[in-house]
Each structure stands twice: as structure tokens, then as C-alpha cells.
Design a protein around this ligand. Structure first.
Ligand code: HEC
Ligand code: HEC
Length: 290
């Protein structure tokens, strides 16, 4: 057939010799040479690639390639390098006192970054992403501290938690004045008015007058004579207008009725010492550190 090349009259292109319906001819329009060469090159490249790199799945393994490259190994190496770089700082934090971490700019930066990450993963569900708190879960940005706001106090609170089974947990329970019938309903109303009056929020001055006496007898031992609170006993300040359980009359009555009793888990059982220090420094840095 090669010697009888046929040329299509209309297009002037050589035909393959295939004919349908007597005069429908197939033109021979091969791919351009540059295209073919690129295709051959990719085939050669792929063979080289398959020899050099992991490529072919086998029943239980895969061909590993003569270069022995493994993406997994590269990631492992990067993680190991990252850990090595971190371990310098982690060791230093493990050795340092909390206030030394705060004074050393490099350590501080590392502690704040680690603390923020650990906070997001462990504390945010209760205290909020920005540590702004929710009803029953204190805001950690302000300088109102139930259990103390210096570095050591914050560290202890985080390590051992509050009202849990840990032997060093912070403990202290306000009596359930209503539930345990320590006070009459009317007395609770009066002392609630008095508590509200400490931040200028009382609405019934006569009740405030009656409540003052009850407060002095029943409440001041923990909350202080002027209601400023006591961090030794975890008794909140009642005079600054910041309310853990809400500052509406009904909230305050409820607090006195049930005593609340918020619980925070201990963290030394779940987080390592370095992370706990980082968290203490981080929380302390949020604005209200004492
Ligand atoms: C399960 C909920 C919960 C989680 C999770 C939690 N907390 Fe708390 N946290 C509380 C409650 C409730 C209180 C207040 C308890 C009370 O009434 O004294 C509190 C109090 C605190 C206090 C004391 C505030 C003060 O005014 O003295 C600090 C500090 C604190 N949390 C830090 C953390 C850190 C850091 C984490 C994460 C490692 C964390 N918390 C995780 C519930 C939680
Ligand atoms: C034994 C100590 C103790 C005594 C006595 C006590 N409290 Fe408390 N009070 C606490 C503690 C601790 C809390 C915090 C409870 C919590 O966080 O779950 C608290 C919380 C409160 C709150 C909630 C504060 C807020 O920010 O939401 C109010 C209101 C309150 N007390 C009022 C009173 C009044 C009124 C009396 C007296 C009738 C009284 N307390 C007696 C320890 C005490």
C-alpha cells in the first residue's frame, strides 16, 4: 500500500486507504512531531521515576524505588527536628520558676504560644475561646479572682482544679442556705438585697437594712465584712458588680439558696508540667494577672 499513496482531492491530504460507503475516506493526519516527542519523553521519564521512587502497589507492600525516598520519613524527620528545637525551650521552662519564665522574653514567647494552644484545646470548652467565661465559668481576662490571680495561685488552680476528688483540689462550699433551711425565704430575700447593695444594685432599701445583720452573721466569715471576698476560701467578691452566676435578683437568690459549687477538673493528671506552667503564664498574661 505504501507505494500507492492516495491523496484526497478536496483537502490535498494523504489518506490511510480506508474507505466507507464507497467514497468516505479516512485522512492521515498524524499528531505533530513535537507532540509525539514530548509524549515519548514523558514515557521515558515515568520509567525512570518508577525505578527511582516508590510507585507500584503490591499485594501487601509497594515498590520502594532505588532512592529509598518516603514522604512519611520526611515528615517524621521534620517533626523530630521541630521537637529538638522545642526541647531547648521546654527544658528551660521545666527548670525555671514561673516568674523567671515571665522575665525571659524568649521563654515568655514560647510559653504564651504553648499556653494559648493548650488553652484552646482544654479550657476553651468551659471558659470560652477568648477566656471570656460564661455563667458559672469565670472570665479569666479580668482582675476579679475567686482563688487568687498571682502566678502561683493560678498555677495551683490549674494543676489541682476546684471541688474535685484530687487531694490537693481547692475546696470550699458555701452552705445551701435555702435547701438546708438555714435561712427563711424572707431572710434570703433580705440578704440578697444586701448583697446587691454592695455594688449599688439593690432595689429595696428596707430589705437591705434587714439583710445587713444576716450578712454579718452568716456571710461575712467567708465573703468578708464588706463583701470583698476571700481568695483563701474561694469566696467571690460580691461588691464589684462582677457576678459568676449572674447579678439579677433571682440569680443572687438562687446562689444563696443552693450555694452553687462550681467544679473544675484537675489538669496535672492530663497535661505535663511544662504545659501546666505555660498555661499559668498564659492565663496570667490575659490581662488580670496580679
Ligand atoms: C469543665 C469545665 C472547666 C474546664 C474544662 C476548665 N475549667 Fe477552669 N474553672 C471552671 C469553673 C467552674 C471554675 C470556677 C469554680 C469556682 O466556682 O470557684 C474555674 C476556675 C478557673 C480558674 C480560677 C479563676 C479565679 O477567678 O480564681 C482558673 C485560673 C481556671 N479555671 C483556669 C482553667 C484552665 C487554664 C483550664 C484548662 C487547662 C480550665 N480552667 C479548664 C471550669 C472549668
Ligand atoms: C463557707 C463560706 C461561705 C459562706 C458562709 C457564704 N458563702 Fe457565698 N460563696 C462562697 C463560695 C465558695 C462561693 C462560690 C461558689 C461557686 O463558685 O460555685 C460563693 C458564692 C456566692 C454568691 C455567688 C457570687 C457570684 O459571683 O455569682 C453569692 C451571691 C453569695 N455567695 C452570697 C452569699 C451570702 C448572701 C451568704 C450568707 C447568707 C454567703 N454567700 C455565705 C462561700 C461562702
Amino acid at each position: 500500500m505504501a507505494d500507492q499513496k492516495k491523496i484526497d482531492k478536496v483537502t490535498g491530504v494523504e489518506t490511510t486507504g480506508h474507505v466507507w460507503d464507497d467514497d468516505l475516506q479516512e485522512l492521515n493526519n498524524p499528531m505533530p512531531k513535537w507532540w509525539l516527542y514530548i509524549m515519548y519523553a514523558t514515557i521515558i521519564w515515568s520509567i525512570g521515576y518508577m525505578v527511582a521512587y516508590p510507585a507500584w502497589p503490591l499485594a501487601s507492600d509497594y515498590t520502594r524505588g532505588v532512592l529509598g525516598y518516603s514522604q512519611r520519613q520526611v515528615v517524621m524527620d521534620q517533626i523530630a527536628a521541630g521537637k529538638a528545637a522545642q526541647s531547648k525551650f521546654r527544658d528551660a521552662i521545666a527548670q525555671a520558676e514561673l516568674n523567671e519564665i515571665q522575665k525571659n522574653p524568649e521563654l515568655l514567647e514560647f510559653a504564651l504560644a504553648g499556653g494559648a494552644a493548650a488553652f484552646g484545646g482544654n479550657c476553651a470548652p468551659c471558659h470560652g475561646r477568648g477566656a471570656q467565661g460564661f455563667k458559672g465559668y469565670p472570665n479569666l481576662n479580668d482582675d476579679d479572682w475567686i482563688w487568687g490571680g498571682d502566678l502561683e495561685a493560678v498555677h495551683t488552680t490549674i494543676r489541682h482544679g476546684i471541688r474535685n476528688a484530687d487531694e490537693d483540689s481547692r475546696q470550699s462550699d458555701m452552705p445551701k442556705f435555702g435547701q438546708e433551711q438555714l435561712l427563711e425565704k424572707a431572710q434570703i430575700n433580705d440578704v440578697a438585697e444586701y448583697a446587691l447593695s454592695l455594688s449599688g444594685a439593690a432595689t429595696d432599701q428596707e430589705a437591705v437594712g434587714r439583710g445587713a445583720e444576716i450578712f454579718a452573721e452568716q456571710c461575712s466569715a467567708c465573703h468578708g465584712e464588706n463583701g470583698a471576698g476571700n481568695t483563701e476560701l474561694g469566696a467571690p467578691n460580691l461588691a464589684n458588680g462582677i457576678w459568676l452566676y449572674g447579678g439579677d435578683k433571682k440569680d443572687v437568690v438562687q446562689s444563696i439558696h443552693t450555694g452553687r459549687g462550681g467544679v473544675m477538673p484537675p489538669w496535672h493528671t492530663r497535661l505535663d508540667d511544662v504545659t501546666l506552667k505555660q498555661l499559668a503564664v498564659y492565663v496570667h498574661s490575659l490581662g488580670g494577672g496580679q
